[in-house]
Design a protein around this ligand. Structure first.
Ligand code: SF4
Length: 294
């Protein structure tokens, strides 16, 4: 298993395959990949395979495919299939806004996708397009296809949807899904100051009510089992513990290694000329990882 210079084992690849999206969520960070000065040419299937082969040799067994919206890539099923053929990659997941998932869920599952995170912030909202009215078909298809676990990602915003957490827990139970409550991270100061809602109080309440608490190895995040629902809380802003336990390396959709979500001044362009060069690029990226919130 490879470690960074801070002693953190790298176990997960977060692979962005496109910057394109059919939505424009107000809090979107596009995996911290919004640098307009880069060319934006999307990483090819064979480049993805090369980088995943190298990652697997370093002991990385899990990959999360992200975007933008990954399902906007015409070759998304092929991408999943190619990655799944790498024997030591044991877990392939995807984050999606769910809008096209009903068309793809079975194909993705049949070609190696294990699980899915579906963005859904609200029951119904004109501001938050990822709402249950828009994504329920995708959610149902994911469950029917056997993607497991399904996570519902809910970004909680002050004055917009914090009152809907209880109802979202009920919906998550209906689909046997895990509800993941996500605190806003700073993408724009004015927006952040206006809409940041601390989940500290909610987490305390979950802790009090939970019949069981499970601590995950990824960032030591906690899952609370409450009245038949499973709720995970993601609080990364100013969270030293979160950074201390970060085990991810990121690949941007245009073929850079991004050592940290929060930084854009330390990216490494991947040299795809041979497997050996890809490995060198990957190691250079891993060696640039630092703890952001110290
Ligand atoms: S669906 Fe996801 S990628 Fe698309 S705008 Fe919303 S947060 Fe960003």
């Amino acid at each position: 298993m490879v470690k960074d210079t801070c002693g953190r084992e790298i176990t997960l690849m977060r692979l962005s395959v496109t910057q394109k999206c059919n939505l424009n969520c107000p809090y979107c960070h596009r995996e911290g990949d919004g640098d307009k000065n880069r060319c934006g040419k999307e990483i090819s299937v064979s480049e993805i395979k090369g980088v995943m082969r190298a990652a697997s040799e370093l002991g990385i067994k899990k990959v999360k495919i992200t975007g933008g919206e990954p399902l906007l890539r015409n070759d998304i099923v092929e991408i999943v299939k190619e990655i799944s053929e790498i024997e030591s990659i044991k877990d392939i997941s995807m984050t999606t806004n769910g809008f096209f998932l009903d068309k793809f869920a079975y194909d993705l599952k049949n070609n190696g996708l294990n699980r899915v995170n579906i963005g859904c912030d609200s029951l119904s909202s004109s501001i938050l397009q990822k709402n249950i009215g828009n994504i329920e078909k995708g959610l149902k298809s994911a469950a029917d296809a056997g993607l497991n676990p399904i996570k519902i990602n809910m970004v909680v915003l002050k004055g917009i949807n914090e009152s809907e957490i209880g109802k979202m827990m009920e919906i998550s139970k209906r689909y046997n899904a895990i509800l993941q409550l996500i605190e806003l991270i700073p993408t724009g100061k004015i927006f952040f100051d206006k809409f940041f809602f601390s989940l500290e109080g909610i987490e305390k309440e979950l802790e009090r009510k939970a019949s069981k608490v499970f601590v995950r190895d990824v960032n030591f995040r906690k899952q609370y089992f409450v009245d038949g629902a499973v709720v995970e809380v993601v609080r990364s802003h100013l969270n030293r513990n979160f950074c201390k336990n970060c085990r991810k390396i990121r690949i941007t959709s245009d073929g850079f290694i991004k050592p940290c979500l929060m930084k854009n001044d330390n990216l490494i362009k991947i040299n795809f000329s041979s497997d050996e060069e890809i490995m060198k690029s990957l190691m250079a990226g891993i060696n640039k990882r630092e703890i952001y919130y110290k």
